[in-house]
Design a binder for this molecule. Sequence first.
Ligand SMILES: Cc1cc2nc3c(=O)[nH]c(=O)nc-3n(C[C@H](O)[C@H](O)[C@H](O)COP(=O)(O)O)c2cc1C
Length: 306
Amino acid sequence: MNKVLVVHYSQTGQLDSITKQFTQPLVSAPDIEVTFENLCPEQPFPFPWPFLTFLDTFPECVYRDPPALKEPIVSADDDFDLVVLAYQVWFLSPSMPMTAFLQHPRAASLLKDKPVVTLIGCRNMWLMAQEDMKQMLDGLGARLAGNVALVDEAGSFLSFFATPLWMLTGRQGPFLGGRIPRAGVSQRDITGCDRFGIRIRERLQAGNALDETLLRGLHAVTVDDRLISSERTGKRAFRLWGRLLRAVGPAGSWQRRPVLAFYSVFLIAMILTVVPLGVLVRKITAPLTRKRIAHLRARFAAPSGE
Ligand SMILES: Cc1cc2nc3c(=O)[nH]c(=O)nc-3n(C[C@H](O)[C@H](O)[C@H](O)COP(=O)(O)O)c2cc1C
């Protein structure tokens, strides 16, 4: 009997739907046993998010301060053939319930020397989060065999409005009579997710190794190379401001409020100035950076490839 552990968390249910579709071919196989570990923070994160709480969460998220989790159901000495980690991106980092799990002592024994597949459902900025994830998996001695990233269908520009509106109002849209489209991953992409489960099932049933070729040729990810420098700059800014905010006071404290207010003005100014400037610089320097970008693109797309 092959054994698969699926660790997941979702606020709106989107990532749970993706996970369900992804794992359906495994669940329906008589010779594969699937264990689902639904992560439950002791203090649930709010949904919809009050604006200030949303903003105030980024320092702890970026610095991976683990929120307390309810005790996982899976026991430390369970032995799995594959671990699937389904996570969403928060502030260019893996979401806090997932980083908390990865820091839980049980993760160390469950993931050591195990092949892992990461399954991401996010707006569209997952590159830096997955770099964090790779680092944490390395630290745990796990092997990343594949990565699948599903992103919002609205596209980079419109999802920039649609997804925050969804998070802050709880409504998925469309908004403003359709001028801002519905937020979230398309139903078509979610439905198509079972192709990954089918591939994993084939490999497990054939007794083949779950190595880095596991999800190749299935269009598991698309790397938007226009986002590489924005993500890098954004992550650096989150780290810098996050360090300052953590020094000022704990999450939720009144001392943070003025810094957060200043930060939100700074953020909007950055988005209105630095982002368009970055687009322009990228266009001008494109012929010089083509090779480097192609190299980075392949690195971010690894191991599944585009
Ligand atoms: C606090 C917070 C921060 C987020 N930051 C990002 C981000 O940096 N990049 C991104 O692509 N999506 C971001 N998202 C969107 C999520 O990745 C995800 O698409 C959304 O929360 C729905 O996931 P769910 O399955 O938990 O409902 C963020 C969402 C929240 C709540």
